[in-house]
Design a protein around this ligand. Structure first.
Ligand code: ARG
Length: 464
């Protein structure tokens, strides 16, 4: 006679499970969020079992009714989760048996928790990927709107964080739009591989029942079924791919954050973030801290950490399922929640960014940002580029000594460096002239930026 009370596997045990081991081994604390997907999978499984003659119509109906009742109980907060029942799967199955007796006990025919959980995670992640894709689009639309408003706003562009050349602030925003476009593509791509159904792999080798996997896959909206049962239950590549994409998205948001933090400092003073996205200091009354971008930058660390976790969880596992796999969930769920929150807060914040146009403009006048334009001007007057580079270097050095920008030097002063310089040089040395001159596909002239925005709007599906 068994002394182990676990209804699912207690039969072969002669001792009860250690009390702490029950808690240690349980995943219900965190996997209960899979409940809607577990129910969805079970309804499809029961439907298929009836169609192939393993369940009667009455049994299938009782099961589906019971599962829907359970979902309603969970939604209403009335479901009693039990740690002793380990995980979401056994909690639901046990309650189903309470509700509909023997029919409930038949649901697990031809499947195992191993293929069940692998299916649940894919269903969950597929939904989350769709939600995240929409949130990316919302942020992209916000970037397009800001870029459009600021297409002619001139700021200094940097390399090595040293002023380099004048840029359109809109062009700068569009760089982030591009990164997010690639991220959205990566999500679509990883969703394709994710959308394969493990159900039917059973524990690891398949099952002896005449199941119809294609039918279950069709009911669950999977594109195909996993072709190898061992791989079906043990593969977590799809989750790792998602965590990699999530890490890239966070890397992009983190770079953007870093810029917003720098730009909102008194030293740069390029932008104003509204009070609603900032906090103060309890000791320094003058402070207005850019908490939102700082937090996003910080949260990037945990998303990278989650990727490393899952890679490491998988690396030493022999085929097929091992309990190690239970550790896949928290890094995955945490990444989904973190990523959704960061995208949401960015999509809300970007429309509130106020460009301090005069400050950006004045800052651009420092740092000799039109030096390349002067060199290009001389090349067009016949000087080889290397020589032109040298001439402009000398004039910059002169400017530094006399504390004047290139555009502030007189024609005589400039002609001392090369007599080919004429009055038309001042158009070239103006910030507007510099920007307008970069007028080809992908460059920063306001015309090109507006064209890029127009093109981008055609390709982006407007989210609801
Ligand atoms: N809670 C388990 C997990 O998350 C479900 C699968 C359990 N399978 C098993 N053979 N113990 O992985």
């Amino acid at each position: 006679m068994t002394t182990n009370t676990n209804q699912s596997w207690g039969g072969r045990f002669n001792q009860p499970t250690d009390e702490f081991v029950k808690i240690f081994g349980a995943s219900v604390f965190f996997d209960k969020i899979l409940a809607p997907y577990d129910v969805q999978g079970s309804i499809a499984h029961a439907t298929m079992l009836q169609e192939v003659g393993i369940l009667t119509i009455d049994e299938k109906d009782q099961i589906i009714k019971g599962l829907n009742q359970i979902l309603a109980e969970i939604d209403a907060g009335k479901f009693e989760w039990s740690v002793a029942l380990e995980d979401v799967h056994m909690n639901i199955e046990s309650r189903l048996t309470e509700i509909c007796g023997d029919a409930g006990k038949k649901l697990h025919t031809g499947r195992s928790r191993n293929d069940q959980v692998a299916t649940d995670i894919r269903l969950y992640l597929r939904d989350q990927v769709d939600a995240i894709t929409l949130e990316i689009k919302r942020l992209q639309v916000a970037l397009l709107d800001l870029a459009e408003k600021e297409a002619s706003t001139i700021m200094p562009g940097f390399t090595h964080l040293q002023a380099a050349q004048p840029l359109s602030f809109g062009h700068h925003m569009m760089a982030y739009f591009e990164m997010l476009s690639r991220d959205a593509e990566r999500l679509v791509d990883c969703r394709k591989r994710m959308n394969s159904m493990p159900l039917g792999s059973a524990a690891l080798a398949g099952t002896t029942y005449p199941i119809n996997r294609e039918r279950t896959a069709e009911l669950l909206g999977f594109d195909r079924i996993c072709s190898n049962s061992l791989d079906g239950v043990s593969d977590r590549d799809f989750a790792i791919e998602f965590l990699s994409v999530a890490s890239l998205i966070m890397m992009h948001l983190s770079r953007f954050s870093e810029e917003l933090i720098l730009w909102s400092s008194a030293q740069f003073d390029f932008i104003e973030l509204p009070d609603s996205f900032c906090t103060g200091s309890s000791i320094m009354p003058q402070k207005k801290n850019p908490d939102v971008p700082e937090l996003v930058r910080g949260k990037t660390g945990r998303v990278y950490g989650n990727l490393t976790s899952l890679l490491t969880i998988m690396k030493g596992q022999p085929l097929a399922y091992n309990k190690d796999n239970q550790e896949d969930k928290e890094p995955l769920f945490d990444t989904v929640d973190t990523l959704k929150a960061c995208l949401r807060v960015f999509a809300d914040m970007v429309p509130t960014i106020e460009a301090k146009r005069d400050n950006m403009y004045n800052s651009c006048k420092k740092g000799y940002t039109t030096a390349t334009d002067l060199a290009d001007y001389l090349v067009k007057k016949g000087l080889p580029f290397r020589d032109a580079h040298e001439v402009v270097g000398q004039s910059v050095s002169y400017g530094i000594e006399h504390q004047k920008d290139l555009g502030e030097l007189s024609l005589e002063e400039l002609q001392a460096f090369d007599d080919r310089i004429e009055n038309d040089v001042f158009d070239v040395l103006s910030l507007e002239g510099s920007l307008d001159a970069r007028d080809h596909l992908g460059a920063t002239s306001p015309n090109q930026v507006k064209a890029a925005i127009k093109e981008a709007r055609k390709h982006i599906a407007q989210p609801k």
